[in-house]
Design a binder for this molecule. Structure first.
Ligand code: IPE
Ligand code: IPE
Ligand code: MG
Length: 240
């Protein structure tokens, strides 16, 4: 049974990187300027994981709801993702980062999907840090897509309805190869999940910090990760 390990750090940290727009606005700059600054932080935070013992880092880059933004912000973000992959591939390989993407790829530009596939392939053998990037990701959408695949397997006789349980269902989620997050951090002062990892974070610890994502420093990351060890995780049990 999963019981608490008093001073163990989080193995899997998930981050809702929020506040890029407000950060840029406060400087009188366009929102996209904030997204570019946010992408630079990603690079540093990924580097900060290894010495902290964070083996899995999952970051929320674009939600299924973010299509509601202006066309110029959406296309700016999509080209930033392409740019990020092109620019960072070499460094990610050299640093031993294994990159995966979660979210529905169907609505994404095929050019972006190709870059995502290539980055996954070229980093597949790495295991220093596992970086998962959520693009066009929504927890509800993920569960709905998983259920659709599961229902197909039931219809095809590959799975019996009696076999549907907490162990088999997650095998249909985008995150099937990942452990559940231990710690979910959200920046920018908003205290909500916004459709991130709904199933997976059932027992995650949450940390909401006021800092806007482009200002979220390595030091603050270290502090938040460090304070995780002081939490008492009970998983529903009564401690002895
Ligand atoms: C988070 O920053 C990045 C994305 C959602 C793509 P926001 O763009 O949501 O920034 P705020 O919340 O408007 O400040
Ligand atoms: C959540 O941030 C999505 C990402 C960080 C990618 P949002 O800024 O979209 O969330 P809401 O709209 O404030 O809930
Ligand atoms: Mg936001």
């Amino acid at each position: 049974m999963a019981t608490e390990e008093p001073h163990a750090g989080p193995r899997h940290v998930a981050i809702i990187m929020d506040g890029n727009g407000r950060w840029a606005q406060a400087k009188g700059r366009p929102r996209l300027f904030g997204h570019h600054a946010g992408a630079k932080r990603v690079k540093e935070i990924v580097r900060a994981c290894k010495p902290l013992g964070v083996k899995y880092l999952t970051i929320f880059a674009f939600s299924t709801e973010n299509w509601k933004r202006t066309q110029s912000e959406v296309s700016g973000l999509m080209s930033l993702f392409r740019q990020y992959i092109r620019r960072e591939t070499r460094g990610l390989i050299d640093e031993g980062v294994c990159v995966r993407f979660i979210g529905d790829r169907v609505r994404l530009d095929p050019k972006l999907v190709k870059l995502m596939d290539e980055l996954e392939e070229s980093t597949a053998g790495n295991d220093v840090v596992n970086l998962t990037i959520a693009i066009n990701y929504g927890g509800r959408d993920e569960v709905a897509r998983a259920t659709r695949r599961l229902a197909k397997d039931v219809a095809d006789g590959k799975l019996s309805p009696d076999e549907v349980n907490e162990e088999t269902l997650p095998k249909y989620l985008d995150t099937r190869v990942l452990p559940d997050p231990d710690l979910v951090i959200r920046t920018s002062g908003e205290a909500r999940i916004s459709n991130f990892l709904l199933w997976q974070s059932a027992y995650a610890e949450y940390e909401f910090v006021n800092t806007l994502w482009p200002d979220f420093s390595d030091e603050e990351f270290q502090k938040v990760v460090g304070s995780f060890g002081k939490r008492k995780r009970r998983f529903g049990a009564v401690p002895a």
